[in-house]
Each structure stands twice: as C-alpha cells, then as structure tokens.
Design a binder for this molecule. Structure first.
Ligand code: FAS
Ligand code: PHB
Length: 387
C-alpha cells in the first residue's frame, strides 16, 4: 500500500486534513482504530471560532453547519447570584462564535470524504510509525499491513502512537485538581447564550446543542466516578450553582449521555520529527474551559495542509520546516487563555478563601472594565493569527 500522506486518526484533525489535501489534489489514507459509529457519536466539543467555521465552509462541509449551527454574539459570567453579559461581538469588532457539536463536524467530514471516494479505514489501528522511510504499520481485520507514504500526519489524539515516535520530545504539563462532568440532556436550553458560573460550590457551564438539546458541565473531583452522579444529583447541583437572586430557573430533562473528563494542560515540542507531523490533541491538550481544544486542532491542520501543498506544488519545504514553530505560537496563546479562564472560574478544592475572594475580585473587574472584558473576548473568539 502506498499514498502521499498517511493520516493516523479520524478525529476532526485527521478528517479535515484529508479533506483539505483532497481539494488540492494530494492523496491521503486515514487510519482510524475505532469503528465509524463510535467516532461519530463521541461527545466532545461544541464551540467553534470564526476561523474554524470559515475553513469548514471553504472546504465544502459547511452546509449543515450554516443550517443548524447557532451563532453567538456574547456569553454570560454568573457569580455572586447575578449574571453579567460579555458582548463578544461588540468588543471584537464584529467577530462571532458558533455552537455546532464536534460529533456533527466529524459526521460531515466523513460523509464528504467517502462521497469523494476518499480512503478512510475504520478498525485500522496504527501500531508503529517509521519517520525515516516513512511508513505506518497497522492492524485491520486481524491482518498486519504497512502503508508506505511520503509524509505521516499524527492526528491520533492524546493516547495515540505518533507522539512516541518523536525522539527527545520536550513535554510541558499541568494537571488541575478538578475534572468536568459533561451532560447531554434532551431539554430546551434555559439560556440563549453560554453561562459560565462561578460559585462557592464549584464551576458550572450551560452550553447548547440545538433548540431542544442542552449541553452542561459541572466541576467535580478528579477521582469522582460517574456512578456517584445519578441524574437527580446532577440537576440539583447544577441548579444550586446557577442560582441567581432574580429567580432564574434551570429546566431539566432526560440525560442521554454523561461522562467525566480529567482536566490537564499539555504541550509536546517539537510537533515534527523528520517526515512525521503531529496535529491536534496528539501534540497538545488544553482544559476545555476556554473552548480551545477543537479549534487548536483545526488551526494546526490548516497550517499543515498549506505546508504539504507547497511541498507538492512548488517543491518547497519552507512551510513544513516552520510548521512546529508556527503552530506552537498559537498553542501557547491558547494554553495561557485556557489555564487563566480555568483557574479564574473553578473552586479551589482546598477551600482556599483567599483564592475565592481573589477570583471574585477579578470577575468584578472583568464586568466593570472594558479593557478587561476585551481581553477575555479577544481570546475567546479566537486570537488573531498575529497575536
Ligand atoms: P481526537 O482525539 O478527537 O481524534 C484522534 C483519533 O485518533 C480518535 O478517533 C482515535 O480513535 C484515533 N486513534 C488514536 N490512536 C490511534 C491509533 N493507534 N491508530 C489509529 N487511530 C488512532 N474541546 C473543546 O474545545 N471543548 C470541549 O468541551 C471539549 N470536551 C472534550 C471532552 C473529552 C472527553 C475529550 C477527550 C476532549 C474534549 N475536548 C474539548 C477536546 C477535543 O474536542 C479535542 O480537542 C479534539 O477532539 C481534538 O481533535 P483531534 O486532534 O482530531 O483528536
Ligand atoms: C461545549 O459546548 O461543549 C463547550 C462550550 C464552551 C466551552 C466548553 C465546552 O468552554
């Protein structure tokens, strides 16, 4: 077997890379260890920056996104029993964010690749990558095979095999003393825009998926088991954390999916070794508070696709040689924002009262100062590439 670009992983990074390369006449094969149904239903992100929306549209997979996506112009910070709107669009010269679930992006990309005759192989687990004479050894249907290629794109997420093939990797990590319990509920959202709640009981987030489906998160201990969170306890805790003095009410309904995600910051440098290029969660993880994980994966792939096309069209490796540094500038900007927003909004499990008052003081400042609110807005909608 041979292709120009071997892509390991059919998450948003791998699938979008395959689509972008296809549109520019570069062949690829996508190897995905899980089956299609698993990959399409895995609940993850939902908040898209403008750059992510733009590239999905320009690569021909924006039609359902335009029909079903929810464009947002602001978000609410809720603390001390009151809500405060941050007018994102007004503060960023017209930029918006869009709610459209990662599951739907994955479905749209898989459908587009298969409709174009793309080679996306499910149940094909990469076992090892050879970065020199590039090739990927993988197992599918009990048979071990080798895919020869010019370049390998390691889009295989945090637990993949690509990163391990980079010798002398430098890693930067921070584990947080809390996790997120994510809930998908068949109930109309109780808010039109996202509500980020800071409370003495802990953080909570009210996001959306559609006019009939809500996506909610609440801070839990990293060691919590999902079994300790029956639906009624989840709704009761969410009501307590979103409570306001004006009697705002949280609608509840059937919970169709719930899971606990640990929270970490992680960066692996460099994001390239020889003919292997890492993209997305394979190279970095951000705490989901800032809604950056998916958007970072997309921005890595935009850079990688452009660099690979330059290699094939112009014979130039200049952009490929700059790939890691180009991506890492944006990765670290996102890391700074995501860790700042996470430590601002989450209750310190040690119950440190100084930390709680410090958080409240900054939240008051965010609401009172246009400069402070603009800093949040600019990073939330997606820092311009120059920042
Ligand atoms: P992914 O992990 O999505 O995809 C990697 C793919 O590679 C997977 O399909 C995997 O099966 C496959 N793979 C792994 N090893 C392989 C092998 N050896 N061979 C073949 N295939 C292999 N981000 C946000 O912005 N907001 C959120 O709320 C949010 N919530 C999250 C919740 C969870 C539980 C997790 C894990 C992440 C969450 N994220 C969130 C981040 C998430 O959206 C990621 O940033 C995004 O999935 C990154 O996409 P990829 O880099 O494509 O990696
Ligand atoms: C989501 O809708 O999944 C979401 C939105 C904003 C975040 C995190 C997750 O900060």
């Amino acid at each position: 077997m041979r292709t120009q670009v071997a892509i390991v992983g059919a998450g948003p990074a791998g699938l979008l890379l395959s689509q972008l390369l296809h549109l520019r006449g570069v062949d690829s094969v996508v190897l995905e260890s899980r089956d299609r149904a698993y990959v399409e239903r895995r609940q993850r992100a939902g908040m898209l920056e403008q750059g992510t929306v733009d590239v999905l549209r320009s690569s021909g997979v924006g039609e359902r996104l335009d029909r079903e996506g929810l464009t947002h112009h602001g978000l609410e910070l809720r603390f001390g029993g009151a809500g405060h709107r941050i007018p994102l669009t007004e503060l960023t010269g017209g930029r918006t964010v869009t709610i459209y679930a990662q599951t739907e992006i994955v479905k749209d990309l898989i459908a587009a690749r298969l409709a174009a005759g793309g080679d996306v192989r499910f149940g094909a687990e990469a076992l090892a990558v050879d970065t020199g004479a590039p090739s990927v050894t993988f197992r599918q249907d009990g048979e071990t095979r080798t895919l020869d290629c010019d370049v390998i794109a390691g889009c295989d997420g945090f637990h993949g095999v690509g990163r391990a093939a980079v010798p002398g990797l430098r890693t930067y990590e921070r584990d947080y003393p809390y996790a997120w319990l994510g809930v998908l509920a068949e109930v109309a959202p109780s808010t039109d825009e996202l509500v980020y709640a800071h409370s003495e009981r802990g953080f909570a987030l009210h996001s959306l998926r559609s006019p009939r489906v809500s996506r909610l998160y609440l801070q839990v201990d990293p060691g919590d088991a999902i079994e300790a969170w029956p639906d009624e306890r989840i709704w009761s805790e969410l009501r307590a954390r979103f409570a306001t003095s004006d009697g705002w009410e949280l609608r509840d309904g059937p919970i169709v999916e719930k899971s606990i995600t640990p929270m970490r910051s992680f960066v692996a440098e460099p994001m390239r070794h020889d003919r292997l290029f890492l993209a997305g969660d394979a190279a970095h993880i951000v705490p989901p508070t800032g809604a950056k994980g998916l958007n970072l994966a997309i921005s890595d792939v935009i850079v990688l696709a452009e660099a690979l096309v330059a290699r094939y069209d112009e014979g130039s490796d200049k952009l490929l040689d700059a790939y890691s540094a180009t991506c890492l500038k944006r990765v670290w900007r996102a890391q700074q924002f995501a860790s700042w927003m996470t430590t601002l909004l989450h209750r310190d499990p040690a119950g440190d009262s100084f930390e709680h008052r410090r958080q409240l003081a900054y939240l008051d400042y965010l609401v009172a100062s246009k400069a402070a609110a603009t800093t949040l807005a600019e990073n939330y909608v997606g820092a311009a590439p120059t920042l």
